[in-house]
Ligand binder design. Structure first.
Ligand code: PMP
Length: 449
């Protein structure tokens, strides 16, 4: 097998030499994964686990075409992008073709955090404002500039430390559990209602003689618990923010590259007229290889160039990364993975919705394509989160060799975001196993939080 040292030694070396704050799944009994293929991962004992977690390995773990592209290019040349190279420009051209026309300029970096940090710099350069509007529960990256606009991370720190004056937090447009709920506003367009809160932030800034530099949001909120916004939300928000002089950034680091099935980019699901000024992409872009990018308009790129500071990123856009990223797009196209994501995603969602008829604790099933969430509740009317049940499901799923994650501010949302090659038979297995585990929970009359 692919194990170099016994598991116990892996654990003790990690404890000794790796920072304690580094997250580990199933901390009490962590998983050791030694290889992976497609939608499956294998532990040191050779057991196969169905992977519903790794959205990064988008076209399937270790896809042979992606692996070979990287290997081949690594044997020919890898160097920084201060030399001309065809891989960079050909990939840039190919990537840009997937975006609406006005998003025509790309900058290549190595991670989602780098992409978002660069996007903030560009927005500052273009608007001359450092004020950022972000959403409640949002996560945009691990560097200081992004920790400061990621309320998902504030919750464990004192607000004074983490949330600077220039960060303005708007309520997440979550119609199930957010500030304005569908049950309280029947027949109303909650997209418009939620967008008013962003408009108010813009107005308050104006009263202080300021304006927003940017509004940043994922096009579907992942860390916040798989939140699908009301259809009109981003359209209204983008209008308000632009009217106030700010730019709109769409963070597509998790949800991009066809995960939604119908479109390459999740912002496109809200209509052809909803177009951000800056889009950041990462994770699935390299199928596990670190490559990410910022895509923007000529005007924003010109303002950034106008600062007179040259942009250089040692690894960003190197020939190997671009070769791998291009191979990922080959696979998405050749294997029709967007159509697949739409079809299998719809099939899985229907299966999960059927569980709702049977199990009271399933409060909500939501999502598009292969981005789905199942909100577990103690009571369907109050929608009180059932965190312990979600944690129990994850533990039982692991025993059944299915890897699943939970998220959201209450950690009660089961989060589905597998590699896109996940198939209908995998979906049946997931739904049937969940049916059994939810039944177990129902029978444990003393199951309490
Ligand atoms: N944006 C979003 C929405 C993310 O989910 C993440 C990573 N979880 C990032 C940005 C940061 O990406 P990275 O970890 O590659 O820096």
């Amino acid at each position: 097998n692919h194990e170099q040292i016994p598991r116990s030694e892996t654990i003790s070396l990690r404890e000794k030499h790796v920072g304690k704050s580094c997250k580990l799944f199933f901390k009490a009994d962590p998983l050791k994964i030694v290889r992976a293929q497609g939608q499956y991962m294998y532990n040191e004992m050779g057991e196969e686990l169905l992977d519903c977690i790794n959205n990064v390995c988008h076209v399937g773990h270790c896809h042979p075409h992606v692996v070979k592209s990287g290997q081949d290019q690594m044997a020919i040349l890898n160097t920084n992008n201060r030399f001309l190279h065809d891989n960079l420009v050909l990939y840039a051209e190919r990537l840009i073709k997937t975006f609406p026309e006005r998003l025509s300029v790309a900058f290549f970096v190595n991670s989602g955090s780098e992409a978002n940090d660069l996007a903030l710099r560009m927005a500052r350069a273009h608007t001359k404002s450092r004020e950022v509007i972000t959403l409640e529960h949002a996560y945009h990256g691990h560097v200081i500039s992004l920790m400061e606009i990621s309320p998902y991370k504030f919750k464990n720190q004192s607000q004074d430390d983490a949330c600077p004056d220039q960060t303005h937090i708007a309520p997440v447009p979550d119609v199930y559990r957010g500030k304005y709920r569908d049950q309280d506003y029947p027949g109303q367009d909650l997209g418009e209602v939620y967008a008013e809160d962003v408009k108010e932030i813009c107005e308050k800034l104006a009263e202080q003689g300021k304006k927003p530099g940017c509004f940043i949001a994922e096009s579907l909120q992942s860390c916040g618990g798989q939140i699908i916004y009301p259809n009109s939300y981003l359209r209204h928000v983008y209008n308000h923010v632009r009217a106030a002089g700010g730019l709109c950034i769409a963070d597509e680091v998790q949800v991009g590259f066809g995960r939604v099935g119908t479109n390459w980019w999740a912002f496109q699901t809200y209509g052809n007229d909803v177009i951000p000024d800056i889009v950041t992409i990462g994770k699935p872009m390299g199928n596990g290889h670190p490559v990410a990018a910022v895509v923007t308009t000529e005007e924003v790129a010109a303002s950034f160039a106008g600062t007179g500071i040259e942009y250089f990123n040692t690894y960003g856009g190197n020939p190997v990364s671009c070769s791998i990223a291009s191979a990922v797009m080959d696979v998405i196209e050749d294997e029709k993975l967007m159509e697949h994501a739409e079809e299998v995603g719809r099939y899985l969602k229907r299966g999960l919705e059927r569980l709702m008829l049977k199990h009271e604790i399933v409060g909500d099933v939501r999502g598009v394509g292969m981005f789905l969430g199942l909100d577990l509740v103690k009571d369907r009317t109050t929608r009180e989160p059932f965190t312990a049940a979600a944690q129990h499901v994850l533990t039982r799923f692991r025993e059944e060799r299915i890897l699943l994650q939970s998220d959201g501010p209450y950690n009660n949302v089961l989060k589905f975001k597998s590699p896109l090659v996940f198939n209908k038979s995998n979906a049946d297995r997931l739904v049937n196993t969940l049916d059994e585990v939810l039944e177990e929970i129902r029978l444990m009359s003393n199951f309490i939080d």
